[in-house]
Design a protein around this ligand. Structure first.
Ligand SMILES: *[C@@H]1O[C@H](CO)[C@@H](O)[C@H](O)[C@H]1NC(C)=O
Length: 257
């Protein structure tokens, strides 16, 4: 009799323990749901950086970490390599004059200087891109927002092109639809300039940037041509609605394709 009683007690204990684990699990999942429904906001992080700038690698690393930790949250990381430091002895192969121009437009709207590494969040605020506490604060404030518009993007891949069906809600008449074609990762060996001899890891590099006037259309289709390097595993497309006058970003999403 004794061994049976002991095993029954053991089974009872195991059952108690199991239900305690289940209970703690359901509490954990409830609080994580609460966390995600707290705000409907989104955060578009635009970093202006350059391979030949010695203060840029810490910002690149921070943004790579933000990207990694974003999970399913609506946090969109874009890094733009500017071209105005090309004269400092190293030509950044990802640099593009359009991205420098974009940074100047932000600086003028935000009454800010133009520098690298500069981070702009939702087109509304800017600070030094390696400042982790400022970045965390800006992301959390952005996620607590309640956007008045939304955008949905579905792409279909054709040879060298993507046709993107868009659907928007809210007051979007003055907004542009901006589509960034993003290479998720790259490694560069820098041979000259301030970062001479360093191997840099880049994340979320904007390789192409398109913008379209929506006028008053709530849905429609736009078509973009894709870089020859494009592949579906290592690249993604991020789209957002931006007011070209204020530069504020009013909604953002990934292109599903
Ligand atoms: C980082 O940002 C915070 C908040 O804006 C600011 O108080 C702090 O001085 C900044 N740190 C550095 C190193 O610039």
């Amino acid at each position: 009799m004794k061994p049976i009683q002991i095993s029954m007690i053991a089974a009872l204990l195991a059952l108690l323990l199991f239900s305690a684990i289940l209970a703690s699990r359901s509490i954990a999942s409830k609080s994580s749901i609460e966390r995600t429904i707290k705000g409907d906001g989104f955060a578009v992080l635009e970093l202006f950086t350059y391979e030949g700038c010695s203060s840029c690698p810490p910002a690149d690393e921070l943004l790579a970490k933000v990207q990694k930790e974003a999970g399913n949250r609506p946090v969109y990381v874009l890094t733009y390599h500017v071209d105005y430091w090309d004269r400092l002895g190293w030509k950044d192969t990802f640099s593009n004059a359009d991205y420098s121009k974009r940074q100047y437009q932000y600086a003028s709207k935000l009454n800010a200087q133009v520098y690298t590494p500069q981070l702009v969040v939702n087109g509304k605020t800017e600070f030094v891109g390696s400042n982790e506490s400022a970045t965390d604060y800006a992301i959390n404030s952005a996620l607590k927002g309640s956007p008045k518009s939304s955008v949905n993007l579905h792409g279909s891949l054709q040879s060298g092109k993507m046709a993107i069906d868009y659907q928007v809600t809210g007051d979007t008449d003055n907004d542009e639809l901006v589509i960034a074609v993003v290479q998720k990762n790259a490694i560069s060996r820098v041979k000259r300039g301030e970062n001479e001899g360093r191997t840099l890891a880049h994340a979320q590099i904007v390789r192409q940037l398109y913008s379209f006037d929506l006028e008053s259309a709530k849905k429609g289709q736009v078509s973009i041509s894709l870089s020859k390097d494009f592949n579906t595993d290592g690249w993604e497309l991020i789209g957002f609605l931006q007011d070209p006058k204020t530069r504020a970003i009013n909604a953002a999403t990934k292109v599903i394709f």
